[in-house]
Ligand binder design. Structure first.
Ligand code: FES
Ligand SMILES: [Fe+2]
Length: 346
């Protein structure tokens, strides 16, 4: 499955960039192969349009923002967040901008400090993260970078309790315990699943400090939730009582590139674990995943017979089934193919 062939994926929210990136002017992003321009409107809310001017196709993201509108760099036509051209400097006296002078507008909103975009009407809302409203937790924005892989490979990796002992053997993985200690998978309906699993991990010095673990070999209780199509919430509990929630969102740029947006919530303080210390260790772990995931095939198989499987792929299996179901075109009567009359001369 190549993602840009899956029209249904346009019906979901995706985080595309931190809001802070928009304060210096319009920015471009490619979502599922669609070039979009994002900027902040007059109310400071993010807006998203097709990144192609309706006049001579110049990229609006190379323009500027004036009075809450994005202004094309070529002839300075201005477009509002609805996509309508609202100002043409060249308009002759007494004339108004024709109503059909417009570019496609996309749904866009701010959540958790990020701009989220849906190319069509979203089927489900942006996942709720209760810790974002809980004053006992701090948010740490960790990563925002492009990888050469596809989104479902990252989701499966997060649901894969069999990869730690191998992929992360240089950091947190305990190669002597390749299987999870517990594994409880729950179907949460068409757009979500939950996996509760305990794994044996190692805690190198930095990680022992970051997680206030006493021993080098410890356990990590992982509550992993998948939200359709590609948001993963990794809720980690350590014996010290520390809670660490990782939101990992591999946003699909095109068939073989993703933007990895990762932000965390922790119930400790900067004095206990500094942001820099946390990020330097998480960087190491993330690079181990990246190294392997960039070597996988971005043509993601949805059927179960193309690849071999093992016990720890059960959650990934459930994810594949649910994604397949979500992306299946539901034929409505008016979408059924028209029957062609039989040619009797054949
Ligand atoms: S190309 Fe955009 S205003 Fe001319
Ligand atoms: Fe990993």
């Amino acid at each position: 499955m190549l993602l840009t062939n899956e029209s249904r994926l346009r019906d979901f929210w995706y985080a595309v960039m931190p809001i802070s990136e928009l304060t210096s002017g319009p920015k471009s992003f490619t979502l599922l192969g669609e070039k979009i321009v994002l900027w902040l409107d007059q109310a400071g809310q993010p807006a998203a349009l097709e990144d192609r001017c309706c006049h001579r196709s110049a990229r609006l993201s190379r323009g500027s923002v004036e009075d809450g509108c994005v202004v094309c760099p070529y002839h300075s036509w201005a477009f509002s967040s609805s996509g309508a051209c609202v100002h043409m400097p060249q308009l002759e006296a007494g004339r108004t901008v024709p109503k059909n002078y417009a570019v496609n507008a996309f749904k866009c909103q701010e959540r958790y400090g990020y701009a989220w975009v849906s190319l069509r009407d979203p089927m489900v809302s942006i996942p709720e993260i209760p810790e974002a409203e809980n004053p006992s937790y701090r948010q740490i924005d960790c990563f925002n970078e492009t990888w050469n892989t596809c989104s479902p490979r990252v989701v499966e990796n997060e649901l894969d309790m069999g990869h730690f002992a191998s992929v992360h053997r240089q950091s947190i993985g305990n190669k002597d315990v390749p299987l999870p200690l517990t594994y409880e998978l729950t179907d949460k309906g068409p757009t979500s699943l939950h996996l509760c699993s305990k794994i044996s991990v190692r805690a190198p010095d930095q990680q022992r400090k970051n997680t206030r673990s006493e021993h080098e070999i410890t356990t990590r209780e992982m509550n992993v939730t998948w939200f359709a199509p590609f948001v993963i919430r990794l809720d980690l509990t350590y014996p010290s009582g520390l809670r660490h929630i990782i939101i990992n969102h591999p946003t699909p740029i095109d068939d073989s590139h993703i933007q990895v947006l990762q932000f965390h919530f922790r119930n400790d303080t900067e004095a206990e674990t500094s942001r820099d210390e946390l990020i330097s260790f998480e960087r190491r772990v993330l690079d181990e995943d990246k190294y392997v995931l960039e070597s996988t095939d971005p043509d993601f198989p949805m059927d179960k017979s193309t690849e071999a499987h093992m016990m720890t792929d059960r959650a990934g299996f459930m994810f594949r089934s649910k994604l397949q179901e979500l992306l299946a075109p539901k034929l409505k009567p008016d979408h059924l193919p028209i029957q062609q009359p039989v040619d009797c001369n054949l």
